[in-house]
Design a protein around this ligand. Structure first.
Ligand code: FAD
Length: 488
């Protein structure tokens, strides 16, 4: 007879009737560790999920393959939206970035075409952060909240169990210091970024509602980025408090070159485009573009590297029995601007709260977690589908027509703000007529714009119908895919 008092983990779980089977197999494999939630990945989405759940007293382990003092570092544009940070402040209690963590305050985002001065600027209050400093602060808060962090631990394998005939994800194995360890968890969360180590190993019967193992090249961006510091003899750069996305006929649309202010003397600069396009000459194009502003000898490269960005709408389903996807693993990146940091923080809070409810109800099934899908669909689902439509517009009309639209000031800045924030642009008949007259010489743009705005309208109403009943998700997906004219 086993004395549960000798196994505090088992005693804890045995008090929770729904998790009986975990207790039984725990006895058979004594080395394993048992928790409420196991989060794989210590980036923003993983840490915020972990903090949200641990705050309610649940046991959370967070596993990351990086060493403790390197978790949070990432090749990134480093920009983060103030509104997303405000939500983090309100809901998780984290202060705005300051000190070493804050590289710059951002006031506007500009979209430039062809020439850096042919641009339209949008209000975009935000921050340029030092990702490592910010990531390390998140980790400290996580530890203070009771999250156990396991660093230098690479997750490799998934484990499953059957309870009452239903299959559940039941934690992972990870390698650390040449040894293999196992965590068992009621919920296992894939927060491992674009590579998505859990998602890519899910069994076929878990791939419900459009979850897929790997993104195809049409859904992924490759990018190259440098952080540079100007030589002392040069004046401050001319991009104060601004982030610029620059489209150019040299870069395959919707790819762009970016130049983000990182304090008066430094810049975060990069380039990226879809993986379907020629990638071999990306750095060459980057250097060529940089030469227009600063010759190579006029600055020092502080950091450089490449990165992959999911460039598609979020998966229509992010949950399965015993787990969920969050952040980049859930493809939660804006398909025009590549903004993924704010969405990662937001979606993690939503997921954390859904997990808390599920833990309270002692249920681990997909149906119980479905609320996470409905909340995401009504916000990032719809917003990013709109962005996908805009992204296709850019590809369809091409760079010279985009330049024409900006030069002719077809959209005012406040209207662009509305479009990018996911709002509805309502134009009077007179407003429409004035713009139509400006575009008449280029009928191709006129047609494409008409199609784009009617697709955005349809998109809004389709996302309002996102089903609360998982059994009809495929019917909804068919309708949405028909509208997007693409199979997701
Ligand atoms: C070049 C580039 C520029 C970008 N610019 C911006 C920008 O300016 N603004 C913006 O908002 N977004 C930007 N993004 C997107 C943003 O970086 C991501 O959306 C955001 O970091 C996603 O957070 P995450 O927590 O989901 O994933 P990540 O930050 O990628 O974190 C994933 C974590 O999982 C860990 N991990 C991975 N595999 C395993 C494993 N097998 N075992 C254990 N741990 C594992 C990793 O070590 C990492 O710590 C950019 C991305 C790139 C690549």
């Amino acid at each position: 007879m086993i004395k549960l008092e000798k196994f505090p983990n088992l005693l804890y779980l045995s008090s929770q009737t729904h998790f009986k089977s975990l207790v039984i197999s725990e006895v058979m494999v004594p080395d394993q560790q048992i928790v409420d939630v196991c989060v794989v990945g210590g980036g923003p989405s993983g840490v915020i999920t972990a903090i949200t759940v641990a705050k309610q007293g649940y046991r959370v382990k967070l596993v990351d393959k990086k060493s403790r003092d390197n978790i949070g570092d990432k090749t990134c544009g480093d920009a983060i939206d103030r509104a997303a940070f405000q939500r983090l402040k309100d809901k998780v209690g984290l202060d705005f970035p300051s000190g070493l963590e804050l590289s710059d305050n951002i006031h506007k985002m500009s979209i430039a075409v062809g020439d850096i001065n042919t641009k339209i600027s949008l209000d975009a209050p935000g921050f340029l952060v030092d990702r490592l400093e910010f990531g390390q602060r998140l980790l400290r808060v996580a530890e203070e909240t009771g999250v156990e962090i396991i660093d230098s631990a690479t997750v490799r394998e998934l484990h499953f169990e059957k309870v009452d005939g239903k299959k559940y994800l039941d934690g992972v194995s990870y390698a650390r210091d040449g040894k293999e360890y196992r965590i068992r968890a009621k919920f296992t969360i894939d927060a491992s970024g674009a590579y998505a180590v859990i998602r890519r190993q899910l069994p076929e019967d878990f791939l419900m509602g459009g979850i897929k193992h790997k993104l195809n090249d049409q859904e992924l961006w490759s990018s190259y980025r440098e952080i540079i510091k100007l030589n002392d003899d040069l004046p401050d750069h001319a991009f104060a408090n601004e982030i610029i996305l620059k489209y150019d006929k040299d870069f395959p649309p919707p790819g762009y070159f970016w130049i983000f202010s990182k304090g008066n003397r430094s810049l975060n600069v990069g380039i990226g485009w879809l993986k379907t396009q020629e990638l071999g000459r990306m750095k060459e194009f980057y250097l060529h573009e940089m030469e227009k502003y600063y010759p190579r000898e006029s600055y020092t490269v502080i950091k450089q590297g490449g990165g992959q960005i999911p460039f598609r709408i979020p998966f229509d389903n992010l949950v399965f029995n015993g787990g969920a996807l969050v952040g980049d693993a859930a493809a939660m990146v804006h398909p025009v601007t590549a903004e993924g940091h704010g969405p990662a923080l937001d979606t993690a809070q939503i997921l954390g709260n859904v997990l808390i409810k599920a833990l309270k109800s002692e249920r681990r099934d997909l149906e119980t977690l479905w609320e996470y899908n409905t909340q995401i669909a009504s916000h990032y689902g719809r917003k990013h589908a709109d962005a996908e439509i805009m992204s296709r517009l850019i590809t369809k009309i091409g760079i010279s027509n985009l330049e024409f639209l900006i030069k002719k000031q077809i959209f005012r800045e406040e209207e662009m703000n509305l479009i990018f924030s996911g709002g509805t642009l309502e134009l009077t008949l007179w407003d429409k007529l004035k713009r139509v007259l400006k575009i008449v010489p280029r009928p191709k743009i006129l047609i494409a714009l008409g199609q784009t705005f009617s697709a955005i309208d349809r998109c809004k109403s389709i996302y309002k119908e996102y089903p609360s009943d998982p059994s009809i998700i495929n019917q909804w997906r068919e309708k949405r895919n028909k509208m997007l004219k693409m199979r997701y």
